[in-house]
Design a protein around this ligand. Structure first.
Ligand code: NDP
Ligand code: OXD
Length: 308
């Protein structure tokens, strides 16, 4: 094919990624980027340095090895450079299982039962109507819709909030800033699956979280910078929020001594709610390179004015 593909994934062993791309695109030259490398036709990257963009001036497209492009968009990018993000690639089902686990753990009081069991204490708590636990999903894209589908299977009422109207079967849809208050007021378990953009940074703050139903629960699986961490803690400590499951943080890794580590109402995981799957991701990227080479359109092209 005569194509040159440059992989730039700082801090990660490139060997399996290079081998995977070479197997999928045997006619292409695939190499790990280093400063001064030959110009490539396509970049396959996660959090590349500015130098990669500045030196690679002949790129037809850059493939982001992840769904979120916030880090990529922090770079100075040539105006017309096409960015393509991962579009599910095995992440949606992981996100659905993570969110369902967090929802069930909270709704069924499993954490309380675990504590009771450790103390050798037998106490049955009354069942709680699931109609009292409407789940509101902020971000009804590829991942949010998969989560909505999974949550509906367990008969929870589901609301969704997006920028543009989204007609998703079984989901009460809200869209735009004007409908945010109504969406929050209709939500007891909030799932955040928004991209990080100038419009969404710090969107989960005292003003918005206060509008959730009393004893609301927050699940943030998108980006840490969407959440004002001190506001969340204050609202949990005041009793307005029941707690939170957090997979992402303002600063990662979460700092030693951060109150989230030990807060009894906060569960933390180290940014693993939907992990990038190497073979699924490479298959998707290779397929899209072939499609672009044939002049076809591909899913997952980033709209840089929207920021996602
Ligand atoms: P999509 O681009 O498919 O969906 C984004 C959704 O957010 C869309 O529904 C979009 O609305 C909505 N949205 C964006 N901006 C706004 C806004 N200002 N107001 C209201 N709604 C808005 O993304 P994905 O579902 O693929 O991924 C979502 C995010 O999840 C990623 O950006 C990434 O940050 C995070 N992520 C986290 C992972 C983890 O392991 N923790 C793993 C993978 C992703 P509309 O439908 O109108 O366009
Ligand atoms: C992603 C992530 O954006 O893993 O794909 O966070």
């Amino acid at each position: 094919m005569g194509l040159h593909i440059s992989l730039c994934h700082p801090g990660v062993d490139p060997t399996p990624w290079l081998a995977g791309l070479r197997a999928l695109l045997p006619k292409a030259v695939v190499s790990a980027w280093e400063p001064g490398a030959e110009p490539a036709d396509y970049g396959v990257v996660w959090a590349p340095p500015q130098q990669f963009i500045d030196e690679q001036l002949q790129l037809k497209a850059v493939f982001n090895i992840g769904a979120g492009v916030d880090k990529l968009l922090q770079l100075r990018l040539p105006v017309g450079l096409r960015l393509v993000r991962l579009d599910d690639a095995g992440m949606a089902v992981q996100m659905a299982e993570y969110v369902c686990h967090a929802l069930f753990r909270h709704y069924r009081a499993f954490e309380t039962y675990e504590q009771q069991a450790r103390a050798g204490y037998w106490l049955q708590r009354p069942p709680r109507p699931r109609a009292d636990f409407p789940v509101g999903i902020m971000g009804m894209g590829v991942l949010g819709q998969r989560v909505a589908q999974a949550v509906q299977q367990f008969d929870f009422p589901v609301r969704g909030w997006s920028r543009a109207p989204r007609d998703v079967p079984g989901v009460q849809g809200f869209h735009g800033v004007g409908a945010l208050d109504a969406f929050l007021a209709a939500t007891r378990v909030l799932v955040c699956l928004l991209p990080l953009t100038p419009d969404t940074r710090n969107i989960l703050c005292r003003a918005t979280l206060s509008r959730l139903q009393p004893a609301a629960y927050v699940i943030n699986v998108a980006r840490g910078a969407l959440l004002v961490e001190d506001d969340l803690l204050a609202l949990i400590d005041s009793g307005h929020l029941a707690g939170a499951t957090l997979d992402v943080f303002q600063s990662e890794p979460l700092a030693p001594g951060h109150p989230f580590w030990t807060h009894p109402c906060v569960q933390v995981t180290p940014h693993v709610s939907a992990q990038t799957l190497e073979s699924d991701s490479l298959a998707q990227i290779a397929g899209k390179i072939l499609a672009l080479e044939q002049g076809q359109s591909v899913a997952g092209i980033v709209d840089r004015t929207r920021g996602y």
